[in-house]
Design a protein around this ligand. Structure first.
Ligand code: ZN
Length: 84
């Protein structure tokens, strides 16, 4: 007999970006892009073994990060709204 345990996902989890399988992998939200020309992406993230601990992943070039505090602030506000 095989027992299948349903994976629980945080409400913000984007199933197409989620790699959580049991206690391995990670949940990820949809990516927020503030300015496509500058290309700063961010998303919520939590490891499958501790889904209650929500982290933020940023992806951008090193030069972009130092000069775009306003854009980063907008990302954090958007992610905060998504996490509610
Ligand atoms: Zn998930």
């Amino acid at each position: 007999m095989v027992t299948v345990i349903a994976q629980r996902h945080p409400h913000w989890c984007d199933r197409e970006r989620c790699t959580a399988r049991g206690s391995r992998g990670a949940h990820r939200s949809a990516v927020v892009t503030v300015d496509p020309a500058v290309r700063i992406d961010a998303n919520l993230y939590s490891v499958a073994s501790a889904p209650e601990t929500v982290l933020v992943e940023f992806r951008c070039g090193e030069r972009v990060l130092s000069g775009n505090a306003y854009g980063l602030g907008r990302i954090l506000v958007s992610l905060g709204k998504a996490a509610r």
